[in-house]
Ligand binder design. Structure first.
Ligand code: MN
Length: 249
């Protein structure tokens, strides 16, 4: 049986279909997991304490996807500078999901907004706007018209990190579609990758079976080549072991 992996979804406000709003997830996330041997399940951004434990108990892995900015009230800050779109309901839904997943030891892969969300779930903080708060920061933000998969800066990984091990190297060109970033790392999180300007691009949770996060979009890079494929293969494999334990336990 293939491991079942939840992917956090968003509110699609484009309302293309007869003025009827949708919940959605980018196909690249879904395809990356499906092609790597997992069964992806799309999770709507509206869960609360009545949903979290039951959902997490039925999953073998959790992928935190990209999306809106995370509201600074989630890490006890005022709004200091420019903020993009936010969704407080999604913030609440995902913070509860990831904390339930951590309680259960579920394999977690967190991407972009997910990377930032994981950090906040463990008590860390963000830069609300890299360009405003970091002198000489590279341009990490989305540029209209630029393909998602296009690489724009390098990331240097700790050569002893799990992520470097999985990817088989410690320096990679990556895409970049974010204007917020990790400031203070959350409890237990180790920074294992930086952009050339010092922005935190990868985190690992020490002593946890599989909990890795990246600020770039490996699922979009699969369109060009398989460099990032081992990340998804290892995640699905970890989720498969979780499923086996659940069956025998
Ligand atoms: Mn970046």
């Amino acid at each position: 049986m293939r491991p079942i992996i939840g992917i956090t979804g968003r509110k699609d406000t484009s309302a293309r279909l007869l003025n009827s709003p949708m919940y959605s997830v980018g196909q690249t996330y879904v395809n990356a997991l499906h092609n790597a041997g997992g069964t992806p399940l799309i999770l709507p951004p509206l869960f609360d304490e009545q949903d979290w434990p039951g959902v997490i108990a039925r999953l073998d892995g959790l992928l935190l996807s990209g999306g809106e900015d995370i509201h600074p009230q989630n890490y006890r800050q005022e709004e200091l500078t420019w903020m993009g779109g936010v969704d407080l309901e999604r913030d609440h839904s995902e913070l509860g999901l990831v904390r339930s997943a951590l309680d259960r030891g579920l394999p977690i892969l967190a991407i972009c907004r997910g990377h930032q969300l994981l950090n906040i779930a463990l008590g860390g903080t963000l830069f609300q706007d890299l360009a405003a708060q970091i002198p000489n920061a590279l341009d990490h933000a989305y540029v209209p018209g630029r393909p998602m998969e296009q690489t724009v800066h390098t990331v240097t990984l700790d050569p002893d990190s799990h992520i470097a091990n999985l990817l088989g190297g410690d320096t990679f060109a990556v895409n970049s579609v974010h204007h917020q970033g990790v400031d203070v790392p959350g409890q237990g999180l180790t920074v294992v990758g930086y952009a050339p300007d010092g922005v935190v691009e990868a985190l690992e949770l020490a002593g946890y079976p599989f909990c890795y996060s990246v600020q770039w979009h490996p699922e979009a890079m699969l369109k060009v080549n398989d460099t990032m494929l081992p990340l998804f293969a290892a995640f699905v494999n970890a989720a498969g072991q979780q499923a086996t334990h659940a069956e025998s336990g």
